[in-house]
Every structure is written in C-alpha cells, then in structure tokens.
Design a protein around this ligand. Structure first.
Ligand code: FE2
Length: 306
C-alpha cells in the first residue's frame, strides 16, 4: 500500500520521538478534507467535540477575552474564507472513514519508527479549519503527533522546554478545568524553531513541546494525527494526579522525582478511571462528569446554546 505520510529515515533515527522535524504527506486534495465533507463531519459530531472562536487573537491570549464568532458551525466552515474564524473538530476517529484514514497514517509512522519503538496507542484526530491570518495561542499537547498541512500556509512556532523556563512543571499538570492557553512572552520567540508549512508539508511534534501557530494569507485545513505511547500515558496519569493533589493543597514534585510515589499515583488514577469511564459515553454525561469533578470551568469551550 502507498504510504500517506513519509517520515524521513534519518530524522526518525536521530530525533524521533524527542525532537520536532519535518515530514511529507500526499493528501492535498483528499476528499475527506473538502469543505462540504467537513460540514457533514461537523454535523455528525457531538457538540462538545467542536470548538470555534475568532482567529484574531494573540499568541499570549487571555482565555477569558477570546472573541466568539456569531455564526453556526456549518456557516463558519462555509464562510471560512472570510469570517476570520478558528475551528477544531476533535476526535474525528469517531467517524469510520476518518478512523480508517488515521489508522493508515499511524501505520506509516509505526513502520518508520521500526519494531523496537514503543507502540503508538490511543490514536485521535483533530482537524483544524482556520481563516487567513488566524492564531492558535501558545499551548502544549499531552501526546505525540504529526501535523499534516492539507491546504493553505501555516507557521508553526515550536519551543524546546526541557529546563521548564517557558512552561513550568505546574503548568504542564493536566486538569480539564485548565484552559489550554499558556502564558507567552515576546522574549520566548528567540528560542522558537519556526516550521513554515504549505500543502504537502508535515511536522512531527514531540510530547508537551510548547507551540503557537499562525496561518498565512489563505484559509487553511490541517489535521493533527495524534497518539500516546505507554510512557506518555504513564506521564499523563502522574501529571493528572499531580494537578488533582495540588488542587487539594498538596503540590507534588515532577514525574520521575519520586518513583515510588509515581507508581502509587498511576494505580490511583487507574482505579478512579475504572469507575468513571462508563459514565462518559454521551455528551450530556461527559459534561456532567467534567462539571462535578472539575467545576463549571471544565466546560469552558462551549455553551449549550451554541
Ligand atoms: Fe497543538
């Protein structure tokens, strides 16, 4: 089968999965990314899988002042050329066609990673539809991913953060009540590696490397093909428990500092998840679980009326 994504052999050997690098794909013009198909996809998704707002924001955007878009989801996609919007359709793996597509992409990455690499699990797909000159504020993602630029130009600013000078360990902790946006300062920019992306370009983004994005002069469509390895899943569990314990007044040290405690946190997380997971099957119950456990803010990105 022809590969959808080409991950360069030398970069896979030298950088994967610990540093970002360029890759290529062969998907421009793929029917799954045409606007009418994306409208159909958006219509079929639960409302909490779609987040959209104005793209006219700053890398250091205060989440409470993000301007909204006074259009329906469908109208926003239809008018993406001129409505200055930013949209993400989350978890597109719930649609069987996109699921198939994601599986093929993952198979390409896994093949390039080789038999000795960690397994790529829990794959998810996030499709971004943005007007020209739109900004995705500074944030981190708790997974590994390949961003595929399907249409238009994008400038992806990526930052190494091993010393935690840009985003602290506390800010890397995971809680649904936290907004994704992180504090960004202009002086960070000298540490940025900027990937200019056009149709056919892809970038591998390591786990929790901070980044912000600006689109070019045309509207853009991209997909983040994401996955978690067993070690990423473990780190996420510890960071989730650290956020929860901090909220209870018991701040914790970074993952890896006290291995015994890390093990206890992972076990506690697994036990809680076992109870909660069956309650998260519908949009209504997910909303309720988020609200009960993490407060109203956990549903920050959408309201019932949208
Ligand atoms: Fe991201």
């Amino acid at each position: 089968m022809t590969a959808l994504i080409t991950m360069p052999e030398n970069q896979m050997r030298d950088k994967f999965p610990n540093a970002p690098f360029r890759a290529r794909h062969d998907l421009s013009g793929h029917p799954l990314f045409a606007l009418p198909r994306l409208i159909e996809l958006a219509r079929s998704m639960d409302r909490d899988r779609i987040e959209y707002c104005s793209g006219d924001v700053e890398p250091n955007q205060d989440p409470s002042t993000v301007p909204g878009i006074d259009l329906s989801i469908e109208e926003t996609i239809r008018r993406i050329e001129d409505c200055q919007a930013w949209m993400v359709i989350k978890n597109v793996e719930h649609d069987p066609e996109y699921q198939q597509f994601l599986k093929s992409c993952l198979a390409d990455v896994a093949r390039a990673a080789g038999p000795d690499a960690e397994s790529l699990e829990d794959f998810q797909g996030f499709i971004f539809v943005s007007s020209a000159n739109s900004t995705t504020p500074f944030h981190v993602d708790a997974e590994q991913n390949v961003l595929l630029q399907i249409r238009g130009d994008k400038y992806l600013h990526v930052f190494e953060n091993e010393d935690r000078d840009l985003v602290s360990e506390e800010d890397l902790e995971i809680s649904p009540s936290k907004h994704r946006n992180q504090e960004y300062r202009a002086e960070f920019e000298r540490r940025a590696e900027v990937f200019e992306m056009a149709e056919g370009d892809a970038v591998f983004l390591p786990y929790m490397w901070p980044h912000w994005v600006r689109t070019g002069e045309r509207y853009t469509v991209s997909i983040a093909v994401t996955w978690k390895t067993p070690s990423v899943k473990r780190l996420n569990k510890i960071r989730f428990m650290n956020a929860t314990l901090r909220k209870l007044g018991m701040p914790q040290r970074a993952p890896g500092s006290v291995p015994v405690l890390d093990g206890i946190k992972v076990a506690a997380y697994d036990a809680a998840r076992f109870v909660i997971e069956p309650l998260r099957r519908s949009e209504r119950s997910r909303r309720l679980v988020r609200q009960v456990l993490f407060g109203r803010k956990a549903n920050y990105y959408y309201t019932e009326s949208q």
